[in-house]
Design a protein around this ligand. Sequence first.
Ligand SMILES: *Cc1c(COP(=O)(O)O)cnc(C)c1O
Length: 430
Amino acid sequence: MSNANQILFNKAKIHIAGGVNSPVRAFAGVGGTPVFISRAKGSKIYDTENNAYIDYVGSWGPMILGHSHPHIIEAVKKACDDGLSFGAPTPFETTIADKICELIPSIELIRMTSSGTEATMSAIRLARGYTGRDKIVKFEGCYHGHSDSLLVKAGSGMLDIGEPTSKGVPADFAKHTLTLPYNDKQALIDCFAKFGNEIACVIVEPVAGNMNMVIPSQDFHNTLRQLCTDNEAVLIFDEVMTGFRVGLGGAQAHFGITPDLTTFGKIIGAGLPVGAFGGKREIMEHIAPLGGVYQAGTLSGNPLAMRAGIAMFELLTQDGFYDKLSEKVVYLTDNLEKLAKEAGIAFKTTHLGGMFGLYFTDNDLPKNFDEVSQCDDKKFATFFHGMLERGIYLAPSAFEVGFMSSEHSQEDLDKTLETAKEVFANMAQA
Ligand SMILES: *Cc1c(COP(=O)(O)O)cnc(C)c1O
């Protein structure tokens, strides 16, 4: 590979902290130099020297229609002509709110934000304001953005007070956050037995996509829902990633669970900065100006993002969209497993809708963060670089998932598989 990326990365590091505006982009998880992208179209992204890569990151989820989809670009161009931001209500905000409420029955009222982080942060403040309680529960390996209360891991004892995972988060904040092992029904039962009437909310990725991919058991979700109801704690489904990714109804439709609040982001903005949180009317009515929980945003409900989102929903709601997407994911993951097996490489996959996880492991599919951590991240890094060198762009970390778009062609999938075959063969010889 040429050293263009190295030169660009060195330049970037002069005035951008670490050379990136979000840490995972720096390739720390796999080593090497990040690829600088200059443009993208359909299933492919192109670096500054016009090398094409088949892209399975999709801007970390939003690009479910592929890049530069003509329908989205047209909507955004029209929106640009009408002005970029007004700081006053627009009819487009109502259109997208109506659409989301129609598609996700648990949502009666919604608020738009500019990022997923803002959505989860606001949902948590709302849950605290609504219940008058301080404690929140989250799960090990789930990511909910970078607000203070959520950058917390479990303390040394199982039901101990939390410890910050980032410097700069006051211990006084972290002590209100309880972190439990994911997908562990007994830990939930124990936690609620001890703290039930102090818990404002539980926030969960209903399918985890930030510790590679873990689909939890139905029993875990049923228990979680029941315990929240019994203890009058707010159940927040963080569907920033899974919303409109695993299916039109999100992970909540997949599990048949009605959360009290849901957060969105990524797909609903079609690639523009966006987030949203919504849910039960009775809870949402506690937000200003209706109630006493403050939440706001200069660019919230931005007309470009709303009009891109509306155009996005026009295509996502077409018959068979998710069936086709899911068929591609199944084709890719099934064949990757087959090829790895033929090469004698211990490798497994999982998937739901338009997302998939890849694991280098001899064990069963990981069920929680500890088990994901036991997968071979060195093998992953070798695989990642082998694929990248040959024009396949996977997420640069063994703790991230893969995303399929509607624009990935059969040819793209077969090229990916041929490439994987070659990389697996090299790995088997090493
Ligand atoms: C990406 C993500 C977030 C954060 O969203 P940003 O837009 O990056 O702030 C929150 N929760 C989940 C589940 C995510 O995947």
